[in-house]
Structures are given as C-alpha cells and as structure tokens.
Design a protein around this ligand. Structure first.
Ligand SMILES: [Zn+2]
Length: 386
C-alpha cells in the first residue's frame, strides 16, 4: 500500500493509467543497483529516486573530483574529496527521503559482484571501463538479471538492456574487448557533459519500464546517439547462440579476471607477459630536470594530444603522439643514445609508448608514474588537474 504522503508525491505517475497505484507500488518494492555514481549514474540515480524506486544501491569507491562536476550532477562543489557513494546518498535523500539508499563503498570485482548484485532486481551500468562492463554483464547473466547499460564518449552515446533470459547479453554483441589503449576513456578523451543526461535517463527509464512492466524494453535493440547531429539510431542486436556466457554451451560459467580478459596494465596473465616498463616518480624527474637536460641528455616526451597539453604539462617536454608510437614513426625519430622519459595524463598511454620503445630495443626508457597528474600533485600544484 502507498501512504497518503506517497500518493501525493507520486500523483503524476498514479494518474497515468499504465502506471497507476499498482505500478507505483511496484516501484516502491523494487531494488535497483546503480554501479558508478558518475556521469551516467548521476541522472539515473536522481530520476530513480524521484520516481520512487524503493531501494537504490549506489556502488562506487571513488571520491568526487573538481573535474567530475562538469557532468556528474549528483555531486556539488562541497562534495569534492568525499566518497561519491556518500555524496550521492545524501543528495538522493534530499531528492526523496521516502526511498532507501544502500551504499556499497567498494570497487565491484569478481569477488563481490555476485553477492552484491544478487540483492537487486536490476543493474544500471554507469561504469566507464571495459573490465567492469564485462563483469557486470557476466554477473547479470549468471544471476538472470537485466543490465540497463549505457556508454558515452565525447559526443557519442549508446544504450541497451542486456537480459540473456529474453535477448542478447553484452558479450553476444561485443564478444571481445577492444585492445587496451585503442579506445580512450572519458578521462583521456573527454565527454560532453550533457550527453550523460540523455543516456543516463534512458537507463533509468528502462529500469522503470521493466519494474512497472510497461512498453517495449530496450532488449535486443541498441540505441546509438550522436549529439552533434542530434541523431538517434536504433540497431537490432541478436542473441549469439555461441556466446561465451549466455550461449548454448558457455565457456564462462563463473566470474573471471576481467582486468586480464581486457588486457589491462597491472593485471596478471597475458599483460604481465609483456616487457616490464621502468618507472620514474614525478619528484625524481623534477630533480633530473633541475640538473639540466644538457648534463643528463634526458629526452622528455609527452604522448598526449594538444588539447590535453594545453591544460597542464611539464616544461621542456616534446610532444610526440601515442599514434606515432603505434605507427612506428616515433621509434625511428627517437635517438637510442639518450635516456627517455615518457608521460601522459595518468601513466597508461605512456606505458604503452614506453613498451613499444623498449620492445624496439631502446636501452633507457622510463614511464612517468602517475603521469602529469602526479607532476601537478607533487611538483607543480599551480597547474590544473583534469
Ligand atoms: Zn550473450
């Protein structure tokens, strides 16, 4: 039963014949887990709370940073430095104190995903990385739950509902992750903040439709949105009978190591078999640069693009884009007799570039640990972080 307070609050839902008292009661009894209180999670969380979804889980182990506020509208300036789950829970309580918010201040991984997700009816995937995306998909398949998924990059957004019981799962359509480094994250490539509202609200709407049992859920359809053209295309996607996790004879029957599956740096397995890359800290680099590159012969290379370099950088660094390492052009240009330090934003792309140089036989290559962000934090706080 809905209380008088609830009927008043949700009256504009109750007035819709397809929703009514019964639909609103279903929303009250529903449990939705939003993974990632970031760009997509922000609008999804706020609309799910406003809609009266009775129990909302927020899973995030990150803290709010100033550069999040351009799109992560569930957080405010005073939340910078706080846990995102804590900040989001407080905001949701102010949006709708009648819903219960459950915080999961952990990074969802193979050890905890099944236990956490099992307590919910639907997962809203607001993550920004491939390992967690595959993890959530596989966990939802194994538990038989729907996964309201969204993805954003620059001006492009995608959304679908993966539900192996009724249609394809994420792996049916994207069986293999892209090679690491090929698809930049929003942290590296940027994203139009407003795009989060468009895609995150689709995810929340799909969750609400599934709960109330109305309309045609986005199962077996993939929305592809281009904010610059303001185009919305809908592709039909089908279940793959040979899918590794939801197919007729699955090879994935439990959660695996998704860092390894996606070939991420720092993971065990296939990535670790590649050449190790020596590191240099920002402070060590500052000391080296203070000695003067004429004495050390140090060559400092920045593999980021011009827009990133315009935000923050290290004096004396020469721009040479990661693409030039992939094409082989960089290997030809960089003299072998000079020691090399490579940098990017956080140290991932520069690790890739350094590895290419090392595997090409360069004897003295180091990766700036933590990238230019570490430099800004430890050496030159006058520059902006991003
Ligand atoms: Zn599948």
């Amino acid at each position: 039963m809905l209380s008088k307070n609830e009927v008043e609050r949700y009256s504009r839902h109750v007035l819709i014949p397809e929703v009514g008292m019964e639909g609103q009661r279903r929303l009250k009894n529903a449990r939705v887990l939003v993974v990632g209180a970031g760009g997509l999670g922000s609008p999804a969380l706020m609309y799910l709370a406003a809609a009266g979804v009775g129990t909302i889980g927020v899973a995030d182990d990150d803290v709010v940073e100033m550069s999040n506020l351009q799109r992560q509208v569930v957080h405010g300036v005073s939340d910078v430095g706080r846990l995102k789950s804590e900040s989001a829970a407080q905001r949701l309580a102010s949006v709708n104190p009648l819903v219960q918010v459950v915080r999961h201040d952990v990074r969802i991984d193979s050890t905890n995903a099944l236990a956490i997700i099992d307590g919910y009816d639907i997962v809203v995937d607001g993550t920004d990385n491939f390992p967690t995306r595959y993890l959530l998909n596989d966990a939802c398949v194994l538990l038989g739950k729907p996964d309201a998924w969204g993805s954003i990059y620059r001006f492009d957004g995608q959304a679908s509902v993966w539900w192996a019981r009724q249609g394809p799962c994420y792996r049916c359509v994207f069986p293999e992750p892209p090679p690491p480094g090929l698809v930049p994250s929003c942290a590296e490539g940027g994203v139009l903040g407003l795009l989060c509202a468009a895609i995150g609200s689709i995810q929340a709407a799909e969750a609400v439709k599934l709960i109330v049992g109305i309309g045609d859920p986005l199962i077996g359809r993939l929305i592809v949105h281009d904010a610059l053209r303001q185009s919305w295309d809908v592709l039909t996607v089908r279940k793959d009978p040979g899918c590794a996790v939801c197919g007729a004879s699955p090879t994935v029957t439990e959660l695996v190591d998704y860092q390894d599956f996606c070939g991420m740096p720092g993971s065990s397995g296939r990535a670790a078999a590649r050449a190790p890359v020596p590191l240099i800290s920002a402070r060590e680099l500052a000391d080296l640069l203070a000695d003067g590159s004429s004495s050390t012969g140090l060559l400092l290379l920045d593999v980021r693009g011009p827009d990133e370099r315009a935000i923050a950088g290290i004096p004396g660094a020469q721009p040479i884009h990661l693409d030039e390492f992939h094409s082989g052009a960089a290997v030809l240009q960089i003299p072998r007799e000079r020691p090399v330090v490579i940098l990017c934003r956080s140290g991932t792309r520069s690790e890739e570039a350094a590895r290419i140089l090392i595997e090409a036989g360069h004897p003295d290559v180091r990766n700036l640990a933590g990238g230019v962000l570490a430099w800004v934090r430890d050496v030159d706080p006058s520059q902006p972080s991003y």
